[in-house]
Design a binder for this molecule. Structure first.
Ligand SMILES: C[S@@+](CC[C@H](N)C(=O)[O-])C[C@H]1O[C@@H](n2cnc3c(N)ncnc32)[C@H](O)[C@@H]1O
Length: 395
């Protein structure tokens, strides 16, 4: 969840395979060659916690000022909270672009093909990963069966039968990944060309008679033969769901174990800044709805807060507490310590200053360039708001 409350730059990924750029790539690019691999100019990663633009300030526009006809604009009725979440806070092309860059910098020698998206929710990132290259596979893992089912019904329909055959979704806890249950089989070929994808996915979920299933519906991750992952990611501050240090280290150990023995990276994100440690309410307007990020009081002893996401569709339709999370706000050095304790060889911080949450004017001081990129840094002075990627390198 991070540019309007979090990140919304959309665009085609240069690494997406559609433009055939990967064919021109040398085996292990030098750093200075990376610009030819990654183009971040069009998109930033997705994020739920992005301070709003000046027009979006809480005190600037109330929910009552929302377009009263907004709900009428939804042709098929109001969208689900998952649809609204994806539109508000996710921009998977940006995340993928950065992940590729990190992989090529810290591992290199091959293209990353196998992704695991932990805390995947509706696995939008995994679906985009699958679309970006026909050789790619993705594994999604989440506790929320409703989100996974929504993915099966909606997101998988957009990646075609071939795409569906390369994605596996697991229902379970990241702290016990081997026990997570498959909710969608990895299949080699589960449909005849042209067959309705939704029907095929639905059949797969109850044990398809058509197609060649690789594993049964009750398979756990342990029983399923998955390739070593090149990249494992945990985005939109998901690691903040783990509140105990022992759990964070255990989770990182599981991630390290699942990475390819040929080398791989773990990538997570976190937000921070002075605005992150107080009560805060931020709004972002979209054409047909308003997204609200609500941050409860911050407990400085436990470093915890409660985050609630609300959606307002016109005057009448409000989805209060569409998503709520009890989070521990981990600091960057705490995360580094835990990654190193889990066995990661090196840890890298990529940081981006975010627009001030409390600035109302348009002065140069409080206006942050929305195109500002993440930079690898070893020191960064405290700001009102920042976002960071943390990259753990396996070997
Ligand atoms: C903030 S959402 C992030 C969703 C998605 N990754 C994104 O980028 O928007 C956190 C997700 O983590 C899941 N989750 C929380 N604790 C978990 C756990 N211990 N194991 C697996 N999933 C968990 C929740 O169900 C939720 O879908």
């Amino acid at each position: 969840m991070r540019e309007t409350q979090h990140r919304q730059r959309k665009g085609e990924s240069e690494m997406g395979g559609k433009r055939g750029k990967q064919q021109r790539q040398p085996a292990r690019p030098r750093l200075r060659d990376l610009s030819s691999f990654v183009d971040e100019s069009d998109h930033l990663p997705s994020s739920a916690y992005d301070p709003p633009s000046h027009q979006d300030k809480e005190s600037g526009a109330s929910e009552e000022e929302d377009d009263p006809r907004a709900e009428e604009k939804w042709i098929d009725g109001p969208p689900s909270k998952f649809e609204l979440y994806q539109r508000s806070v996710q921009s998977p092309k940006g995340d993928i672009s950065y992940m590729q860059k990190f992989f090529l910098m810290y591992v290199g020698g091959r293209m990353p093909l196998h992704l695991q998206e932990d805390f995947c929710g509706t696995a939008l990132l995994s679906c985009e990963w699958i679309r970006s290259d026909p050789r790619r596979t993705a594994v999604g893992l989440d506790l929320d069966l409703e989100a996974l089912n929504w993915c099966l019904e909606k997101n998988l329909a957009n990646i075609g039968i071939d795409g569906c055959s390369r994605i596996s979704l697991f229902h379970g806890n990241v702290l016990k990944p081997q026990e997570a249950h498959l909710v969608k089989q990895m299949v080699e070929d589960f449909g005849r060309k042209g067959q309705d994808i939704t029907t095929e996915v639905a059949r797969m979920n109850v044990g398809s008679e058509s197609g060649k299933e690789v594993c049964s519906i009750s398979s756990t991750m342990k029983e399923v033969g998955l390739p070593g992952r090149d990249i494992i990611c945990a985005f939109n501050y998901s690691c903040c769901c783990l509140q105990r240090r022992t759990d964070l280290v255990m989770y990182f150990k599981h991630a390290l174990h699942a990475l390819s023995k040929k080398g791989g990276i773990f990538v997570m994100d976190v937000y921070g800044g002075t605005s992150a440690e107080c009560k805060l309410r931020l709004k972002r307007k979209f054409p047909n709805f308003t997204y609200v990020w609500e941050q409860a009081d911050f407990d400085i002893i436990n470093r915890t807060t409660r985050i609630s996401l609300h959606f307002q569709l016109g005057k009448k339709h409000i989805i209060q507490h569409a998503f709520s999370y009890n989070w521990r706000l981990w600091s960057l050095p705490e995360i580094q310590d835990c990654l190193e304790e889990a066995g990661f060889c090196s840890v890298h911080f990529w940081v981006r200053k975010m627009p001030n949450t409390n600035s109302f004017g348009n002065t140069a001081e409080d206006t942050v360039d929305q195109d500002l990129k993440y930079e690898e840094l070893s020191s960064f002075q405290q700001q009102d708001a920042w976002n960071a990627y943390i990259v753990g390198v396996a070997n």
